[in-house]
Design a protein around this ligand. Structure first.
Ligand code: OTU
Length: 641
């Protein structure tokens, strides 16, 4: 272990032995101050990871140099943004926040054209835009861009580096925070590190996990989960050219980086800071659960993965403090929580809530949702959830089996039911999802499909069933209402705001046909947008409902920095929560997950302690005597006048 004082001493030894790149007097003062503040802890953490390397000090020197060069490359406008964010560190907790995730090509065509979509985003109130990976990647299958061949180059099909900078600037001027992917668990097999490794360069082979011995590979396979079992069994791919196995958690062309090598940490830090200097304000940490590996463990969520992420986060604090991390840990809720904190990720996807909203919609029961969120919703006040209903990936049925068990639910059986339900195999299901990665040995599977397809709108329209259409629209509104009000950044996935259906055209594409996640990655045309904005069909209804709720959210600070309390409704179909702001401002949300009318005693409003209570969605006053009545899938947003 290194003490804080030793970390501090190490900093001064480094500064005395390297020459920093030229910085202005003012910048040098800022940089040195930030080093003083953050480096000792960084050195302590790095020592925990790499202290047994004989050349540890050399790596510290290289790291400080990398930090300084990236700081000197940082544009004035971004340094200004750094200061603004340092003065308002929890900006992401504001009620104004509304996110959208889009593929550049599917949403706009290319980066230049995406600029012309800014007014559309603004009309909806979007001020956080996650662009799916847009870096150079293999031409055929690239896992939707998650196999990066060069972090500094833009996929030429989308534009070039200049277009990206221009877009980042335009977004910033429009008040929209850009979020980019930091795909740091793996590179593509076409990255120059990988091609050098294939050519036999031992240093570059050390950037990945190579094994000569199949027996060793099998040992790891015994304890590691298979993520894409229909692609390949086990986690390794044989590379005949070097007669070795390489670690590939995901596809064969996605090579896991070897973070037990300190040179990899420094090299990836350099890439990360390059991305920060493009002008993004958030980095999505892709597949962060897998970044540290140890024999005879699951190689997921290991303590040193957290140390590593803290190291990256500290480097950002030194060079680009306005940039925050978003955790993409789609794992057990207790493990999700461990990535959340000022020291690691300020933002985190909320996969538990996502999965359980769908679970409640299928079962019409809210007990698992309520009990799970009671246990896991509360996180540090410095951080925030990124709430979502759908994303570009599949839905995995993540919840805590012990919480389920206490409610008499068998986790494994229940997951099987949910898969059956959402792939439309369960009788009476409204959903039209598609299975993903069915595991032949375990029978596990996950589900893909758009919001409209999974909530029954697609099948209702196909069968021209008006009643079903009405119900499906209410289900979509219900899910959106929770996403917008429960606390966190609501993140809309491209096309779901327009009620778009599944897109089966991927089956025609040889590079996509085996990956059913493409069913929920539709091309969005101008006429889709026009139809939703001014048409009169179901798509327009989805869009208008959402827009109405967004404007209510953005007009009421109680949707922002307020605590969330999950309430007991003692009604199996009802879900309720309160938002309680420090200034006493309160909101009470009540949702009916059944298609039938339900009642609840109006005394639930006591939490608001007010004489006059109004539903923000209908502007109607609530009679606080007797029962409150909710029609099928109704939502109430109750507030004091
Ligand atoms: C992520 O997802 C991305 O979101 C996927 O689109 C990528 O294919 C993948 O990484 C590889 O880059 O397994 O099914 O616990 O669940 O990181 C999606 C985290 C995934 C994993 C998640 C991964």
């Amino acid at each position: 272990m290194l003490t804080f004082a030793q970390g501090h001493k190490a900093l001064h030894q480094v500064l005395n032995t390297i020459e920093l790149p030229k910085l202005s007097k003012k910048d040098e003062a800022i940089f040195l101050k930030r080093l003083e503040q953050h480096f000792p802890k960084l050195a302590q953490n790095l020592y925990e990871l790499y202290g047994d390397h004989y050349d540890f000090f050399l790596h510290l020197q290289q790291l400080v140099f990398t930090l300084a060069s990236n700081f000197s490359n940082r544009k004035l406008a971004l340094k200004k943004r750094d200061n603004e964010r340092l003065a308002d560190p929890t900006w992401y907790r504001s009620e104004q926040m509304l996110g959208m995730a889009v593929y550049v090509d599917l949403f706009a065509g290319d980066l230049k054209k995406l600029k012309t979509k800014i007014p559309y985003l603004q009309q909806l109130g979007v001020n956080y835009l996650h662009l799916m990976p847009l870096y150079l990647c293999p031409e055929g299958d690239s896992d939707g861009g998650y196999a990066v061949s060069d972090y500094r180059k833009v996929d030429p099909r989308l534009g070039n580096e200049k277009d990206l900078i221009a877009l980042a600037n335009a977004l910033r001027e429009a008040g929209i925070s850009l979020v980019l992917d930091f795909v740091f668990n793996h590179t593509s097999n076409e990255h120059q590190w990988a091609t050098a490794a294939i050519a036999g360069d031992p240093q570059m082979q050390d950037f990945y996990y190579f094994f000569e011995n199949q027996h060793e590979v099998e040992e790891y396979n015994q304890t590691c989960r298979e993520i894409f079992p229909s692609v390949r069994r086990g986690s390794f791919t044989y590379i005949p050219k070097v007669k070795k196995w390489v670690w590939t958690t995901f596809n064969n062309f996605q090579w896991d980086l070897n973070y037990s090598n300190p040179a990899v940490f420094t090299a990836i830090t350099d890439e990360m800071l390059f991305l920060a200097n493009i002008g993004c304000e958030g980095l999505r940490l892709d597949a962060l659960a897998f970044v540290w590996k140890e024999k005879w463990t699951s190689c997921e969520n290991l303590p040193k993965a957290h140390t590593l992420i803290e190291c990256f986060s500290t480097c950002l604090k030194i060079v680009a403090p306005s940039v925050v991390f978003k955790s993409e840990a789609i794992v057990h809720p207790d493990e999700v929580a461990k990535y959340i904190g000022k020291e690691q990720c300020q933002l985190s996807y909320n996969p538990l809530q996502m999965a359980l909203l769908w679970e409640s919609l299928a079962t019409r029961e809210t007990k698992l949702l309520s009990a799970s969120l009671k246990k896991s919703f509360e996180i540090s006040q410095d951080c925030t959830w990124v709430n979502y209903i759908r994303c570009h990936d599949d839905i995995g049925w993540t919840f805590d089996d012990d919480v389920a068990q206490n409610l008499g639910i068998d986790g494994q059986d229940h997951r099987r039911f949910l898969n059956q339900f959402y792939t439309g195999r369960f009788e009476g299901s409204f959903a039209q999802g598609v299975p993903f990665q069915e595991n032949p040995s375990t029978g596990d599977c996950r589900v893909c499909g758009s919001l409209a397809a999974l909530s029954g709108l697609e099948s209702a329209v196909e069968s021209n069933n008006k009643i079903e259409m009405g119900l499906a629209l209410k289900r979509i509104r219900l899910l959106n209402s929770i996403n917008l009000s429960i606390g966190g950044i609501p993140l809309i996935y491209q096309g779901d705001e327009l009620g778009m259906f599944n897109d089966h055209s991927y089956l025609e594409d040889p590079y996509k046909k085996d990956d059913s996640r493409w069913v929920n990655r539709p091309q969005i045309t101008d006429s889709d947008i026009a139809e939703a904005q001014s048409g009169s069909g179901v798509q327009a209804q989805v869009y208008q409902d959402l827009k109405q709720m967004v404007s209510i959210r953005q007009a009421n600070p109680v949707f922002g920095q307020a605590r969330t309390q999950i309430l007991d409704t003692y009604r199996s179909n009802l879900f309720a929560y309160a938002r309680i702001a420090n200034n006493g401002d309160k909101l009470l949300a009540i949702c009916n997950f059944s298609e039938h009318q339900r009642r609840i005693p109006a005394s639930i409003c006591d939490i608001l302690a007010a004489e006059k209570v109004v539903d923000l969605l209908t502007e109607k006053q609530i009679n606080q005597y007797g029962d409150i009545e909710l029609k099928g899938y109704d939502v109430l947003w109750l507030k004091t006048e």
